[in-house]
Design a binder for this molecule. Structure first.
Ligand code: 9MR
Length: 567
């Protein structure tokens, strides 16, 4: 059976932000406006009005009306919106939850750490677990990992973050996630809010901003994936490391008995490390000069190796025991890596590679936004944000692309009953991650232009993720009355084993996927409209997994939103 769509009155179940637009969607086939009321927690009606008829909505198949209660702006808890005889879930008018979401979305990464005990003093006893994959039986990794196809060496690739609900570690995905954490720090207007002591992690009193400590956990792993000097392919980077065969579910990380193997090097992974290590080199220049220098050396070696090996594509059939993350086009990776190296070093050869790229001046965005397989927008973001010596007109042209991409998103959203910045009438695997990423671009467009419409669009995306959608589903664990619980995860597997926890607060589900690429989704969701192709079931991995690159997108959006509440 398809999931229950719940009340016809769909709201952001968590909070609308004071001073910003507040809209909800009502499922109704009435051809004329209907009345709505807003009640406070004492049951008193504090606002009332008429809906706007929107009609048939392609992404949901619903007939919808829109409620705009922006004029009511009194902070408080437990508001309920009613229309057509039905009540919404209760919600707040408050900036506090979005500020908390910044921290909870970042906390996800400590939970996902490999190679270190997750301690109850930071996460509580339910989420604590011993270190995974440090060579302690039954684990067979990750301290001396051989290659899947023989390479004559083993690497110590401990650490980093587990990718998702599986325990693989994939360079192209971990790299963009680390980049987003570093980028949200680079672009923050309130770095004190990201400083030391702001996250519950072991490094919370080391004098370094915690978001940087968290990202460094992954960067150190990425550097370990590089082929050492003196070996064939020195400087290139292995695409990924994961189990020889898929493990069952549940499977605590420390209990995983599978052999762990390195996949071959790839040009994409090599350029990904070049980009992220170059970004790290500039961020740690004064914080830790030795780490900065080590990162820069690795980045430059990686870039040179990739230029010498421009066509080492990861195999699409290397998907036993882990995802393939194959990518046939690496011009975007070359552009991104050159942009980071140039921004960090100012070196003429990197500059020439940036300005000579067909992607230069912001041809970088497409429907995939910031995606592990399409990274040009990451290069654009750095060139648009971080001071460099490029002509001012070129920087302006790059910035203008953010606004034009954002305009396209806003015009799509204007036609939708449940506005979400995701192009097309089908939704892809990880649509929630794409929505968060595109919303973060709306945020940048706002910052570059000062235009309020982009800020409105970015907050509307949060409304969608927090419940203003056809299934009344909050896709962020711990946020909202009907929040995801049973994400596809080997440790947060409460649905399979009651002794294990559900997903911790701030974890973002992958979200609706028209492709229905798992048996549970296929059995329950056949024929679904894009925004309804979702079920909160642990077996439904193509719609309800979590992943570092989706949570980094959410963290980027939440960090921006926390700084744009105006309160
Ligand atoms: O996010 C990935 C998505 O873009 C692909 O379409 C999908 C199928 O190849 O794989 C997704 O990544 C998964 C990876 O392969 C294995 N770990 C979990 C990832 C998130 O579901």
């Amino acid at each position: 059976a398809a999931p229950d769509p719940g009340s016809p009155v769909k709201v952001n179940q968590v909070a609308y932000v004071p001073g910003l637009p507040k809209q909800a969607t009502v499922v109704s086939s009435a051809s004329a406006p209907i009345g709505w009321t807003l009640r406070n927690s004492a049951g008193a009606t504090v606002a009332a009005g008429q809906t706007t008829v929107k009609g048939a909505d392609a992404l949901s198949g619903d007939s919808v009306h829109v409620v705009d209660f922006s004029a009511y702006d009194t902070p408080g808890n437990g508001y309920v919106l009613s229309a057509g005889g039905a009540d919404s879930y209760p919600f707040d008018i408050s900036a506090a939850p979005v500020k908390q979401l910044r921290y909870d979305s970042l906390a996800f990464f400590y939970h996902q750490r490999s190679g270190i005990a997750i301690e109850s003093q930071y996460v509580g006893s339910r989420y604590a677990r011993p270190a995974g994959h440090v060579g302690v039986a039954p684990n067979q990794g990750d301290t001396s990992v051989p290659c899947r196809t023989s390479c004559g060496y083993s690497l110590d690739v401990r650490g980093g973050w587990y990718d998702a609900g599986d325990q693989g570690k994939y360079v192209v995905n971990g790299g963009i996630a680390a980049w987003q954490l570093l980028n949200l720090y680079e672009r923050s207007t309130d770095r004190a809010a990201l400083g030391d002591g702001t996250l519950a992690i072991p490094e919370r009193a080391n004098g370094v901003p915690d978001v940087l400590d968290e990202a460094r956990w992954e960067v150190e792993f990425l550097l370990r994936m590089q082929v050492p000097d003196g070996r064939t392919d020195a400087g290139m980077v292995h695409h990924k490391i994961h189990d020889e065969n898929w493990t069952g579910l549940p499977m605590r990380p420390e209990a995983d008995p599978q052999r762990r193997l390195l996949s071959p090097v790839s040009t994409a992974a090599t350029l990904n490390v070049a980009a992220v290590a170059a970004q790290a080199a500039r961020i740690w220049r004064t914080i830790d000069p030795a780490f900065s220098a080590r990162a820069l050396t690795a980045a430059q070696k990686a870039y040179a190796a990739a230029k010498a090996n421009p066509n080492r594509l990861a195999s699409g059939s290397d998907s036993t025991g882990g995802g393939a993350y194959d990518d046939a086009v690496v011009t975007d990776e070359f552009y991104w890596a050159a942009a980071e190296l140039y921004t960090t070093t100012g070196t003429a050869s990197y500059r020439a590679d940036v300005t000579g790229s067909a992607l230069y001046k912001g041809a970088g965005f497409n429907q995939r936004g910031y995606d592990w397989g399409w990274v040009a927008g990451l290069g654009d973001t750095t060139l648009a944000l971080i001071p460099n010596d490029l002509p001012a007109a070129d920087v302006a042209a790059t910035r203008a692309k953010f606004a034009s991409f954002a305009d396209g998103l806003l015009s799509q959203m204007a036609g939708q009953g449940y506005p979400a910045p995701n192009g097309g009438t089908t939704y892809n695997w990880g649509s929630d991650g794409q929505i968060a990423n595109n919303a973060a671009v709306l945020g940048l467009a706002h910052d570059f232009t000062g235009l309020a419409k982009y800020r409105t669009g970015a907050f509307q995306a949060l409304d969608y993720l927090l419940g203003r959608n056809p299934l009344n589903q909050s896709y962020i664990a711990g946020y909202g009355e009907k929040a995801v619980r049973n994400v596809h995860h080997r440790f947060w597997a409460n649905q399979s084993d009651a002794s294990l926890p559900t997903a911790p607060p701030g974890s973002l589900s992958g979200g609706p996927n028209s492709g229905l690429q798992d048996p549970v989704a296929q059995a329950q969701l056949a024929g679904c409209k894009a925004q309804k192709c979702f079920v909160d079931d642990i077996g439904a991995y193509s719609v309800n997994e979590v992943a570092v690159n989706w949570n980094s997108a959410l963290a980027s959006l939440a960090s921006w939103a926390a700084e744009h509440t105006g309160t």
